[in-house]
Ligand binder design. Structure first.
Ligand code: UT7
Length: 330
């Protein structure tokens, strides 16, 4: 009998732009205040990609190059590149194509994954299946968003939340039981009315009117999304634990999507995890959509131990949500 192949994460890279948009600066732009933002969301600052002609692919490139360097990997060895994003450089071609070109991954194929804040988990699960099948040996999964490109900086309900960033992982075959072990992914398109971009797609193509009506920015009904997110992320994480017979003491880390500190706390409580087992960097980066989870892994890499059980959990636009179990492999 052949050995079961799992997809192990063998390297991480990350990138956040230098520019820090602080709560104090936002106070000068919209009617808000540092205290409200910190207590309602947990955010103190976010990173913003400045500069003409800079796009989501420019966030991905340093993250991918960092993981190549750490693993001593020539980009020519990459088989497949999956980029989770809702802020692609262009409608087409895919940002993955552009990233492959920019990093010199000339033998790779790839595509973009559109699942908003759950994008990284959707992409990680997909990439893992390519490894498990035995078809590919080196799959790079990136979560990256230049949210500042679609944020309306006159709307205080959204501009205080989002930031720019990218995180990337390398998946390679493993026969010792490390890597992506299970995933529960969900979607409910009836939730789209609460969080979306109204225009620019085939439903409402761009026109003078859509621009005048500010329909090319994020539209979010915060309270409605909050209610679904608290329940969705906690339920799916509990379901993943139950399905894998995991008790809270078996879990080394919860790696949650960073949308709101209160949603993260609710999920951790439901899983019976103490605060010191939860990765939280929302205060420094805000909500970077598809990048939040890999950026947590990037920030915590030095604290991870071989054999640690990690539960990655997300909820976002779509609605999309899910939880993934990873056994850390190095
Ligand atoms: O990542 C993708 C999924 N997204 C999420 O998971 C986001 C989920 N939603 C949330 O995180 C929260 O709903 C928000 C952070 C977006 C908003 O927090 P909230 O506690 O739900 O606030 P709210 O919308 O209920 O507004 C409360 C009050 C309102 O004033 P009144 O009507 O009570 O007088 C708002 O107008 O706070 C006001 N408000 C603000 N005040 C100061 C809204 N935004 C601001 C602001 N500064 N930036």
């Amino acid at each position: 009998m052949s050995q079961k192949i799992t997809a192990a994460i063998t390297a991480i890279g990350g990138y956040v732009p230098e520019y820090r948009l602080t709560n104090a600066e936002l106070e000068k732009i919209v009617d808000t205040n540092d205290e409200w933002i910190r207590t309602r969301t947990g955010i103190s600052e976010r990173r913003i990609l400045k500069g003409e002609g800079k796009a989501t692919s420019d966030l991905c490139v340093p993250a991918v190059l960092e993981l190549c360097k750490k693993r001593n990997l020539d980009p020519m060895e990459i088989d497949c590149m999956i980029v989770a994003t809702v802020t692609p450089d262009m409608f087409f071609p895919a940002t993955a194509n552009i990233v492959c070109d920019k990093v010199g991954a000339k033998k790779a194929w790839g595509f973009d994954m559109s699942a908003a804040c759950s994008g990284f988990l959707y992409a990680l699960t997909t990439g893992a299946m390519y490894i498990e099948s035995g078809r590919f040996k080196k799959v790079v999964v990136v979560g990256s968003d230049k949210m500042s490109a679609i944020v309306d900086y006159t709307d205080r309900t959204t501009c205080i939340i989002f930031g720019d960033g990218a995180g990337a992982v390398l998946l390679e075959p493993n026969t010792e039981g490390y890597g992506v072990l299970d995933s529960i992914l969900k979607s409910d398109g009836s939730g789209r009315s609460h969080l979306h971009m109204k225009a620019g797609g085939s439903w409402h193509p761009a026109s003078n009117e859509t621009v005048a009506n500010k329909e090319h920015f994020i539209y979010q009904e915060g309270q409605a999304v909050f209610k679904f997110a608290v329940k969705g992320m906690a339920d799916v994480s509990a379901e993943l634990m139950e399905r894998n017979n995991l008790k809270s003491e078996d879990i080394a880390w919860l790696v949650p999507h960073q949308a709101n500190k209160r949603i993260i706390d609710a999920t951790a409580n439901r899983m019976g995890l103490s605060h010191d087992k939860v990765m939280i960097n929302i205060q420094r980066y805000g909500n970077t959509t598809a990048a939040t989870i890999p950026l947590c892994l990037w920030d915590w890499e030095s604290q991870l131990k071989k054999g640690d059980n990690l539960v990655l959990a997300a909820f976002g636009g779509g609605f999309t949500w899910g939880a993934t179990l990873v056994k850390w492999g190095y």
